[in-house]
Design a protein around this ligand. Structure first.
Ligand code: HDE
Length: 644
């Protein structure tokens, strides 16, 4: 283009010419820059990295990426919310997607999981109903990215199989502090198959090396206002700054006899296999060390399919998994426009591959020669089946009549939610009751609330009573007649979110509010200590232009107070000189910063800010400390003792 500023006109002030093919081409491309967003998991963020096994697993699987501890397998991981559209906020209460594409030497393996180990439904045929119920109500177009509305709870109240996952969704798992601090789960039971053709069952788990962390509901609400892109920004910045997220891959491997002896059906995706029954074996680690170069080309166009497996990994008969094997391929056809979506760079295998597929929308390759069929005698180099190296389905025996039925072994909908509720820490239990109260409080139809209260009574009477009381509806629960009465099964402390990981500040965001005249020496020491502990430090000033210390030195800051509230951090320190303290005490943003940090159970370090501490009522509050004690205490996360 000789001129990219002006369209082609007849005369200086005349009409634009239809002849302007440059204008047409530019605008036409622009008009088509959007593709349909994912119907679920539309909002997501992703990163590149690699996976490395700790030791060879050839005893249980012939999968090449698990066979050689020296091999680094490239991966692309995408984390997402489920219900909201692609422009929705990052911190609604929601399940998070945890999808990993392994570019193995034998083709791609997509482990398309969630951050919760169970799912809402037992049969794929209910998925459209579930998603219709949770998404915006069709007549009014709201709420966006929220389950707190009538249609969701109506559906749930009529589908007791969903209750277990609902309990997880009402727990702090559904409001993670960071995508880097979530556990991940393959949910379904899969199969591993070794070279001898022997098979075991397997459940896949991801464990964040720096441990988990979650926010309180009030924090989540405020973060959505302060930074809609909180999780996306956090992932991007952490990787850019070298705080590479790491997740260990854990396997629960069990044989048919163990599966037969479980209290629940291993094929039922609304149930988990307790780690106390089948322990987790850590077999490798994923490190995410590179941000995408282009959001659309990579994060938006990546196409995960549970049907993408490699030799050595196979499916179980879980009816939800079986349905997913079709759905993802189908959705890529409409989202990415045709059957050649695997040729898009982010979706291409990174190993050599060949097939006889030809033509179709957006064919990127230029295949040579006459042969595009098999068998053939014209091209000895053309792709052919390989009984030795190709994928082989495990020869699992199948018997029975064709029927639309649900196995009796799937009928117990209350025992595992009860187990989950009674296994977690007291604060998790309390937050669940609060979340249920909040969500049901948003449900307008009384009968739906009453039905849900009936289910909660069935899960655990103490939970039902607590929620009914908090709603102001004691004694109003509908009596539920379950298909199978709940049993008291052994508790599983492994399902807890808190107290499982070693205390650490690794990768944690810490905010330093530097009021005018702050003690530069102390601030420098604190920053060094935090850096040593692996924290990500953000300096906040009253103004974006910087903060002046007691020696009159101007420190550059990362953010101005008005746009950087304390909800964005796991712990905060506030330092100022005498005049600075007076300025902070008179500034509603600073008082709000301190009061929210207190309300949200954060460790708070104070230096020189007595007036602000008075205004924010921090006197005698547990977890409010001197700068020197900050790091040791902040490692432990929230100060639960402060929670009312
Ligand atoms: Fe998905 N799911 N799903 N899902 N799912 C999609 O595929 C579907 C289920 C999950 O970052 C869609 O490419 C059906 C369970 C993740 O791109 C779609 C059923 C689990 C992602 C689809 C399920 C998931 C998706 C939408 C029931 C956890 C995002 C766009 C049979 C184990 C992947 C797309 C990414 C995405 C269908 C149930 C996880 C429509 C029919 C269970 C993490 O194909």
């Amino acid at each position: 283009m000789s001129d990219n500023q002006n369209s082609l006109r007849a005369g200086t002030r005349g009409p634009t010419l239809l002849e302007d093919f440059l204008l047409m081409e530019k605008i036409t491309h622009f008009d088509h820059e959007r593709i349909p967003e994912r119907i679920v998991h539309a909002r997501g963020s992703a990163a590149h990295g690699y996976f490395q096994a700790y030791e060879s697993l050839t005893g249980v699987t012939r999968a090449a990426f698990l066979a050689d501890p020296k091999l680094k397998t490239p991966v692309f991981a995408r984390f997402s919310t489920v219900a909201g559209g692609s422009g929705s906020v990052d911190l609604p209460r929601d399940v998070r997607g945890f999808a990993v594409k392994f570019y193995t030497t034998e083709g791609n393996f997509d482990l398309v999981g969630n951050n919760i180990p169970v799912f809402f439904i037992q049969d794929a045929i209910k998925f459209p109903d579930l998603i219709h119920a949770v998404k915006m109500e069709p007549d009014r177009g709201y709420p966006q990215a929220a389950s707190a509305h009538d249609t969701f709870w109506d559906f749930i109240s009529l589908m007791p199989e969903a209750l277990h996952t609902v309990m997880w969704a009402m727990s702090d798992r559904a409001i993670p502090r960071s995508l880097r601090m979530m556990e991940g789960f393959g949910v379904h039971t899969f199969r591993l198959v070794n070279a001898a053709g022997e098979s075991t069952f397997v459940k896949f788990h991801w464990r964040p090396v720096i441990g988990t962390s979650a926010v309180l509901w009030d924090e989540a609400v405020k973060i959505c206002g302060a930074d809609q892109d909180y999780h996306r920004r956090d992932l991007y910045e952490a990787i850019a700054k070298g705080h590479f997220p790491e997740f260990e891959l854990g396997l629960q491997i069990f044989d048919q006899a163990t599966a037969d002896g479980l209290e629940f059906d291993a094929l039922d995706p609304t149930k988990l296999v307790p780690e106390e029954v089948v322990p987790l074996q850590m077999v490798g680690k994923m490190t995410l060390d590179r941000n995408p170069d282009n959001f659309f080309a990579e994060t938006e166009q990546v196409a995960f399919c549970p049907s993408h497996v490699v030799p050595g990994i196979d499916f179980s008969d879980d009816p939800l998994l079986q349905g997913r094997l079709h759905s993802y391929l189908d959705t890529q056809l409409s989202r990415l426009g045709g059957p050649n979506f695997h040729q898009i760079p982010i979706n291409q295998p990174k190993c050599p591959f060949a097939n006889n597929q030809r033509d179709g929308h957006m064919q990127m390759a230029v295949p040579k020669g006459r042969v595009n069929y098999e068998p053939n005698s014209l091209d000895p180099a053309a792709p052919r089946e390989s009984p030795e190296r190709g994928f082989q389905t495990f020869a699992a025996p199948v018997t029975g009549a064709k029927a639309r039925v649900r196995s009796e072994s799937f009928a117990d909908h209350y025992s595992q939610p009860r187990m989950f509720y009674r296994s977690v820490t007291p604060q998790e239990r309390k937050h669940m009751a609060q979340a249920l109260t909040f969500e049901l409080g948003k449900v307008e139809t009384l009968a739906i609330r009453q039905r849900v209260l009936g289910h909660l009574d069935m899960i655990a009477p103490e939970l039902g009573a607590a929620v009914a009381k908090a709603l102001g509806m004691p004694g109003e629960a509908q009596v539920i007649h379950p298909a199978m009465a709940p049993r008291d099964v052994a508790l599983s402390p492994a399902v807890r979110l808190y107290g499982k990981y070693a205390p650490t500040l690794q990768g944690r965001r810490v905010g330093l509010l530097l009021g005018p005249g702050f003690d530069g020496t102390k601030a420098k020491e604190l920053e060094a200590e935090l850096k040593e502990a692996g924290a990500m430090v953000t300096r906040i000033g009253l103004q974006a232009g910087g903060a002046g210390d007691s020696d009159g030195k101007r420190w550059p800051v990362d953010g101005a107070l008005a746009g950087t509230p304390s909800v964005l951090f796991e712990a905060v320190a506030i330092l100022a000189g005498a005049t600075g303290d007076a300025m902070l005490a008179a500034d509603p943003d600073a008082v709000g910063f301190a009061m929210d940090a207190k309300r949200h159970l954060k460790v708070i370090a104070l230096d020189g800010v007595d007036s602000l501490a008075d205004r924010a009522d921090l006197g005698g509050v547990v977890g409010v400390v001197e700068v020197g004690e900050f790091v040791a205490l902040a490692k432990h996360g929230k100060v639960w003792k402060r929670e009312k």
